[in-house]
Ligand binder design. Structure first.
Ligand code: SF4
Ligand code: SF4
Length: 164
């Protein structure tokens, strides 16, 4: 299992054309069959990767926050929403995000608010969700960021007998 981020980033550059071809190949496959293969590979690969030695999603993603999530976490941190918002959030008309990358709540590669982390954090890398072939743009956007995605995609190439 490859987990070294530098190596993964190098390979991602080398495999750009291959991955474009794989995207086209996946779009021609039966979507449910691909979902089932991804679920199976995700269940096999995820337990073999230690997220606490990586933490790269928390170090590099801009995390969306809902009003409800901000209410819950501000209460947990004993802060008023006003203080919480000014400390941690950036707002635009339609969007609220954590105002710092890496995330404020990451310490020693661990989430200090794990029980109250946001839906985006809980879902990432989202390989347990259906419609994988509809999300290929996002999958490949995160392919070089997340060792779980990288390894699942590489194993999927084998499973589907993809020939670049
Ligand atoms: S989900 Fe992916 S990017 Fe995030 S810590 Fe785990 S392996 Fe790293
Ligand atoms: S809230 Fe926790 S899980 Fe979410 S990005 Fe921040 S440190 Fe990572």
């Amino acid at each position: 299992m490859l987990t070294d981020l530098f190596t993964i980033q190098q390979l991602a550059k080398e495999k750009e054309i291959e991955n474009d071809l794989f995207t086209v190949f996946l779009q021609s496959q039966h979507a449910e069959t691909i979902d089932n293969l991804v679920f199976e590979l995700n269940e096999k690969i995820t337990p073999q990767i230690n997220c606490t030695t990586c933490g790269n999603c928390c170090k590099s993603l801009l995390i969306n926050v809902t009003e409800e999530e901000a209410d819950i976490l501000s209460k947990y941190l004993n802060q008023t929403r006003e203080v919480f918002d000014s400390n941690y959030l950036e707002k635009s008309t339609h969007l609220m995000v954590i105002n710092k990358v890496p995330c404020h709540f990451l310490s020693d590669n661990q989430c200090t608010v794990y029980e109250h982390r946001f839906a985006g954090c809980r879902e990432f890398p989202a390989l347990h969700l259906p419609k994988f072939v509809k999300r290929l743009f996002t999958v490949f956007m995160h392919y070089e960021r997340c060792p779980i995605i990288f390894n699942v995609v590489e194993a999927l190439k084998q499973k589907t007998k993809f020939i670049p």
